[in-house]
Ligand binder design. Structure first.
Ligand code: ADP
Ligand code: 5GP
Length: 204
């Protein structure tokens, strides 16, 4: 039987590069499944329902909360975002790693619920560069940019609660580091106790 897949949580302030890094990681590592979140925010011009997000009405989102269909949810910069529970366990039992790209409130809520997640904080190289990236993306209004950037210092403060900090200066380097973390987590003693026993008890 294959080992259970890990739950990998990547978070960090808006504009640090989570989406960009996750897309590259998924191309590199085919054993990772990206959990598509539900959100009440409007799609950006290049976004498709069921690819970046499940775009949902406020009432449908609140129904999912009531029916306990979300692993976690948060109100992020004025909109609801949440991780649907369905699929996550089935995939992990099949040995597939599940990747959540969520905000820091969501990550803290998963930390409270699950002790065995792999929590990775994606840090921008500087606040100046973070601002350049949020503005450069060109998808938000000035007011939304200010709101997101205004939350960044508080979110960075939470980085110390994570298992790993990866600096996203160079995209390829950050992706390599995250992939190395994923590989190392598979070699953790706790994830290999069954195989250890099997080899030890093998009849020869
Ligand atoms: P997030 O998902 O964290 O909000 P995005 O992935 O949308 O961030 O990235 C924000 C902007 O920063 C995008 O325009 C993206 O192309 C750019 N970006 C991401 N990573 C880097 C990097 N390492 N160097 C330069 N620009 C980057
Ligand atoms: P954006 O609107 O830029 O796509 O995302 C805004 C923020 O919401 C980002 O920090 C993103 O990681 C976070 N986010 C996306 N999906 C989820 C989710 O399912 N749960 C939580 N808590 N945050 C999410």
């Amino acid at each position: 039987m294959s080992k259970k897949g890990n739950l990998i949580i990547i978070s960090g302030p808006s504009g640090t590069g989570k989406g960009t890094v996750c897309k590259k990681l998924l191309m590199k590592n085919k054993n990772v499944f990206y959990s598509i979140s539900a959100t009440t925010r409007n799609p950006r011009p290049n976004e498709k329902n069921g690819r970046e997000y499940w775009f949902t009405s406020k009432s449908d989102f609140e129904k999912m909360i009531k029916e306990n269909k979300l692993l976690e949810w948060a109100n992020v910069y004025g909109n609801y975002y949440g991780t649907p529970l369905d699929k996550i366990n089935d995939l992990r039992i099949k040995g597939i790693d599940v990747l959540l790209e969520i905000d820091t409130q969501g990550a803290l809520s998963v930390m409270r619920k699950i002790s065995h997640g792999v929590f990775i904080f994606l840090l921008p190289p500087s606040l100046k560069e973070l601002k350049r990236r949020i503005c450069g993306r060109g998808t938000e209004t000035k007011a939304v940019i200010e709101r997101r950037f205004g939350a960044a210092v508080g979110e960075i403060e939470l980085g110390k609660r994570y298992d790993y900090i990866v600096i996203n200066r160079n995209i390829n380097h950050a992706v390599e580091q995250i992939n190395a973390i994923i590989t190392a987590e598979h070699c953790k003693t706790n994830n290999n106790l069954k195989i250890l026993d099997r080899v030890k008890n093998e009849e020869i």
